[in-house]
Design a protein around this ligand. Sequence first.
Ligand code: CUK
Ligand code: CUA
Length: 641
Amino acid sequence: MKKYTYHLFALLGSALMLTGCGNQNGKSSSNGALSSSAAEKVYVAPGEQDEYYAFMSGGYSGNLTVYGLPSGRMFKEIPVFSQFPTSGYGYSEETKPMLETSFGFVPWDDSHHPDISQTNGELDGRWIFLNGNNTPRIARISLTTFETEEIIEIPNSAGNHSSSFITENTEYVVAGTRFSVPVPQRDMPIDEYKGNFKGALSFLSVDPEHGHMDIKFQLMMPGFNYDLAHPGRNQSHGWFFFTTYNTEEANSLLEVNSSQNDKDFIAAINWKKIEEYVNNGGGTKMPANYAHNIYDEETHTATTTMKKEVLTVDPSDVPGAVYFLPTPKSPHGVDVDPTGEYIIGNGKLSADLSVHSFSKMIAAIEAEKFDGEAYGIPILKFEDVLGGTVKSGGLGPLHTEFDNNGNAYTTYFISSEVVKWKVGTWEVLDRKPTYYSVGHLMIPGGNSRKPYGKYAVVMNKITKDRYLPTGPELEHSAQIYDISGDKMELLYDFPTHGEPHYAAGIPADMLASNSKKIYRLDENKHPDAVITPDQARVERKGNEVHIYMSMIRSHFTPDNIEGVKVGDKVYFHITNHEQDFDVPHGFAMMGQNTSELLIMPGQTKSSVWEPKKVGVWPFYCTDFCSALHQEMQGYIRVSPA
Ligand code: CUK
Ligand code: CUA
């Protein structure tokens, strides 16, 4: 078995070399024989608009980027887990609380998986959720304002990778834990990992009206690594599936330690059963510190609440709620087809793709056909739950999405390709190379009951020669394929920002008509807003100076400020009085050690400045707003302390 694994790793190396060196001298030798109509299919003429929105996770940028499909044009970067000078997110007084955690202010994270809210298993376009992998957090972003409205920290978790995936009525957003850790955290020898560390799987309820998240319960699983997750749908609604690796519970993941087992597990969780148990008073409250940050739309201000406890559930206390499905060789992705019958476990060190059958799983559970147990959790027999095997000859299957014609599309990292196959017959229908080393792919709605199977976007790990070189560091490459015909057709490459592990897409008309255009000034409930001219003023409170300012083309009120001293703490509270779409103003103060502010019409934002030097210092508008933009300026006089 060990030899087999080494063999695969050797292949990994040579496959990378093969794909990576395939295009050293030809300019376009690896474009997969583009047809002449490919350009037309991605061309969105000036003034015309794209058919789909694509939201791509930013990986180590911590943000979410918004693209149009099929054009591959980037429309916006939405700051989520990172400070973002472009808008002042994470710098302004209103948004700083969004990045608070139990570890203090953590202005960065690593985001992998966005997921759009659903109703009856179909995209509903209300919110998009995104995980923070490093300091475990989940964010909720409004698809009306395209702004981050909420971030909740996940206690007892470490490496919030199998997240954020939602159930088919957005009842829950779910977060696994890639690393198991001591729960509660404590000082203990690392080599006592086995049997002592825990893997917390968190189920966060989502309030259907406002989308507010709350940790309903954490299921305390054995100390495996929980890599990815996917909800059941239709008949399997009520279940959630998590891939595991390192079921050996090794504390060092050198291959020899952690890949000994021929099969790891997919954990099948009957969350409806656990929900019922919890609603009847089951579970144990445990002390836990975590931050819950909510941005209020009316006050334009975020607040942090520190939570003190969480409800935990031991799987052995809820018989019939948790089972293990053996799955070959370190499964990475787990995906469920639109009917809810098939659960695809992609063993990343495997060649074949094992497809589990949900109905066979239920039958085996009812017949109590088990093959032992792990920590009291019954293990089903591989043969009893196997629905089929896709033998594509590809290597390193990672992730699968679906179209609306009963086809599945799986990415193969090692052999660098996407393979189309038929759900139910397991027949391989087509395969196309990707350039190079593909991770996830995304079909708009392709992880819901209703895929929109026109385009597939693949997200590659390696870019090499796809664009003009930009030094050693290149942006990642995404590629768009037309999947509307029998054969996939590569249409276009486009660069992404950060590392988009995964993406979520939605038809443009589901969002565009609901997109908010302005914040109404008469609805602005910010406590420091200047709504009428007489509210513009300067107030001193001890060593704090509060400047309540308004801005409209092309003037700040007040614009000449005196009475400030070295050592003061100066707060600017600035309200944009414009009420026209797309007329923001900016604000920047010389020497200020935070970013500028970008203030949208009707909105109020604040920032702090601690003047260090005597003098007369200018401020100005940073966003070109009219022919008199350069006249939009002011001075602050700073006197000795
Ligand atoms: S992913 Cu996060 S390591 Cu395959 Cu979902 Cu890239
Ligand atoms: Cu206001 Cu430029």
